[in-house]
Write a protein that binds this ligand. Structure first.
Ligand SMILES: [Fe+2]
Length: 300
């Protein structure tokens, strides 16, 4: 079946591009691709951009770009979406030029998130160079990272089915009772060997996206990024910790737009030949504690 192959780029609408540039380059170690008065693009590898931050008041996810390998794949996915009653519009040459892709089609997921399906994301004319000497971001054929979308009240089955039209399949589900009677539920979907590329969470959160995960190739990159965030007093959302399903060693830092970046290492790759959907009851094996909980523990 034709499927999207990767989450190639993520678009953010942000009210403070200066803060974003400082955050992304100085703390995360990304490289500026292009900077204008109302746009900032960021590189994590040789691709021309992986993050596109545009000026605006939303301070939230603006769009997500999913790559397709061939025109045949894109045509098949567009046909499936239309057959299911979803509107899809072919993008013009101007949008292709803005996104540096050969072809693009635009649709909207059931949560109202703008989805861009593309072919042929261009490479930059120069090799990637991290200003903070991050050894390497894990991207390549498995995309820029993963995103966790907020779905309060949406029909989870319907969401999973819709993303299935793009070729996503369920990796696993976590339902954790975070306090008596309150269950945090997250469904994790993949479109390539990365454990998940998209997840849906029912947590109360005033943004479209809870976090976007970027993965570094070396464990030390996580420690160094953690140090940079602490020294810059950038608010942390959750301390260092590890998830039981994708086994990501990571911490969560708040972006200048209020949602989070998960900076991780060591995420699980799925072997399609033997994977079976798991159902877990714990979001983190250890750590990933909010800063006020860490402070309370240290005061005891
Ligand atoms: Fe994550």
């Amino acid at each position: 079946m034709s499927t999207v192959t990767e989450l190639g780029y993520v678009g953010i609408e942000a009210s403070d591009l200066v803060a974003w540039e400082r955050f992304a380059t100085g703390l995360l170690g990304m490289q500026v691709g292009c900077r204008t008065d109302d746009m900032l693009t960021l590189r994590m590898d040789d691709a021309v951009h992986r993050w596109i931050v545009v000026s605006g008041s939303a301070d939230d996810l603006a769009f997500t770009g999913f790559g397709c390998a061939t025109d045949t794949d894109l045509d098949a996915i567009v046909a499936r979406l239309r057959e299911a009653g979803t509107e899809v519009v072919e993008g013009d040459t101007r949008l292709c030029a803005q996104r540096h892709v050969r072809r693009i089609a635009i649709t909207t997921d059931p949560l109202g998130n703008r989805i861009e399906l593309y072919i042929g994301l261009a490479d930059a004319p120069t090799p990637f160079q991290s200003p903070q000497r991050v050894s390497r971001f894990v991207t390549g054929g498995i995309g820029a990272g993963h995103q966790v979308l907020i779905e309060n009240g949406a029909d989870r089955r319907m969401l999973v089915d819709w993303y299935g039209l793009l070729g996503f399949r369920t990796t696993d589900i976590i339902d954790e009772e975070v306090m008596p009677g309150v269950v945090a539920s997250v469904t994790f979907l993949r479109c390539n060997p990365r454990h998940h590329t998209v997840a849906f969470a029912n947590m109360p959160y005033g943004k479209r996206m809870h976090h976007f995960m970027i993965e570094a190739a070396d464990l030390g990159d996580v420690g160094l990024a953690h140090d940079r965030c602490l020294e810059a007093q950038q608010p942390l959302e959750m301390s260092l910790g590890m998830h039981p399903n994708d086994r990501m060693f990571s911490f969560y830092v708040r972006t200048p737009s209020g949602f989070n970046v998960e900076f991780g290492w060591g995420g699980l790759m799925i072997d399609e030949s033997c994977w079976e959907v798991q159902h877990l009851d714990q979001l983190s094996t250890w750590g990933h504690r909010p800063p006020h909980v860490v402070a309370d523990l240290l005061r005891r």
